[in-house]
Ligand binder design. Structure first.
Ligand code: EPS
Length: 385
């Protein structure tokens, strides 16, 4: 079984992921993981922190001579900012002279977290709730992406909306979307919308405000038959949704037409089934977004994620001082004005882990050779249907 967990605080020494279940014999290079870490740091609207960090992975375990061993893979990303936070974040007791965070920020885990965990300084909560943790998810996702590449599966994303600006992608050829998104400062393939997005981010930034938006994630070439209809927690769409909604600030996840399904007739909603000897079974539409009954149906998996505006505000909203109970402005902290482009990269990683998990479940194998043999034998069988 493939699984991973992350550890680390935003301003601690570093962030890490422990990834288990990757078969032995997969080529893994730090350079490939660093490419995705760098993509996560980019995007117009990122704040001061991204100027401090240049994320780089150190592989601590599970890989020898650039090949996976089948044992847990530990991926470590040091925080450069740690140098500035050594005393605030010290694991050894330090007198902070009453410098506690006492005015919880609306939209963050601050108030609920400190209530639940019985702490008085909500830095104890925000350090782990921070989206800095997504660097570890991206590293784990990058390894899973390498695994999926071995089976011809490609995952990419693009920004569909930031604030009130929506991209028009229908006139862009599908095979160009990935490249155009990578070329854009906001990871949006529509050049005109990209410019407008940059303008509204600039305006929000000037006002000390933040913006959310939508990203689309596409999985190409996933085989038919991943996930299962037989149990609620085996449905692949449900599993992908859980992993995406757990990304900081993501508030909605849709597959295919998503919420648009509410307003159309069944006869317009579902993707009719066709057959040709060359293509086998195929669809002319993909309203379902690549899964039916929680199983991949051989079409592209298409997901939309909605991110709320980041709640770390330079010009904060009202809150309550935990000590005096007076209504005051929430703590003001530095922030990204917009992290929607980064969210796309994190979402790709989250989806890569879920697809890799489902691939390992379906095809098993302790080493790549066994997993591939099982995969091609399955493809042989289904070709005969
Ligand atoms: C982030 C690191 C954080 C923020 C941002 C994302 O660094 P710092 O808190 O030191 O500025 O830039 O996180 C948030 C704004 C948030 O609310 O979680 C990162 O590495 O992506």
């Amino acid at each position: 079984m493939i699984r991973f967990s992350t550890a680390g605080e935003s301003h601690g020494q570093g962030i890490l992921a422990v990834l288990e279940g990757i078969p032995a014999g997969l080529n893994i290079n730090t350079e490939d993981i660093d490419v995705d870490l760098a993509r996560r740091q980019k995007g117009y609207g990122r704040g001061q922190r991204m100027k401090i960090e240049t994320d780089h992975v150190t592989i601590v375990s599970g890989v020898r001579h650039a090949r996976s061993l089948g044992s847990p893979i530990t991926l470590y990303i040091g925080n450069r900012d740690w140098d500035n936070w050594k005393s605030v974040m010290s694991p050894i007791s330090v007198d902070l002279d009453g410098k506690y965070l006492l005015k919880p920020r609306p939209g963050h885990a601050d108030l609920a977290g400190l209530t639940k965990y019985g702490v008085s300084d909500f830095r104890d909560i925000l350090e782990r709730a921070s989206a800095r943790e997504t660097a570890a998810r991206v590293a784990a996702g990058a390894v899973c992406r390498e695994l999926l590449k071995e089976f011809g599966i490609n995952i990419y994303s693009y920004v569909e909306q930031i604030g009130t600006v929506t991209a028009k992608v229908s006139s862009i050829p599908k095979e160009k979307l990935q490249h155009e998104a990578e070329m854009s400062f906001v990871r949006c393939p529509d050049k005109i919308a990209s410019k407008k997005m940059i303008q509204i981010i600039r305006k929000a930034m000037a006002k000390g405000d933040t913006l959310g938006g939508k990203v689309k994630i596409i999985v190409e070439n996933a085989p038919i038959g991943l996930g299962s209809h037989t149990q609620w927690d085996m449905k692949l769409d449900g599993r992908i949704a859980q992993s995406l909604i757990s990304i900081q600030a993501v508030k909605a996840v849709e597959f295919g037409l998503g919420t648009k399904f509410a307003g159309i007739l069944g006869s317009d909603a579902h993707d009719e089934i066709f057959y040709s000897q060359k293509k086998s079974f195929y669809r002319k539409t993909n309203n379902a977004g690549g899964t039916e009954g929680g199983i991949t149906n051989g079409e592209n998996i298409e997901i939309t994620c909605t991110m709320k505006p980041i709640p770390s505000l330079v010009k904060p909203l009202r809150s309550v001082n935990l000590s005096s109970k007076a209504i005051e402005k929430a703590e003001a902290v530095r922030s990204d004005a917009c992290a929607v482009p980064a969210c796309g990269v994190v979402a790709e990683a989250a989806v890569a882990v879920e697809i890799a998990k489902a691939m390992k479940e379906k095809f098993g194998g302790d080493c790549m050779e066994d997993m591939k043999r099982n995969f091609y034998s399955y493809l042989d069988r289904i070709q005969k249907i």
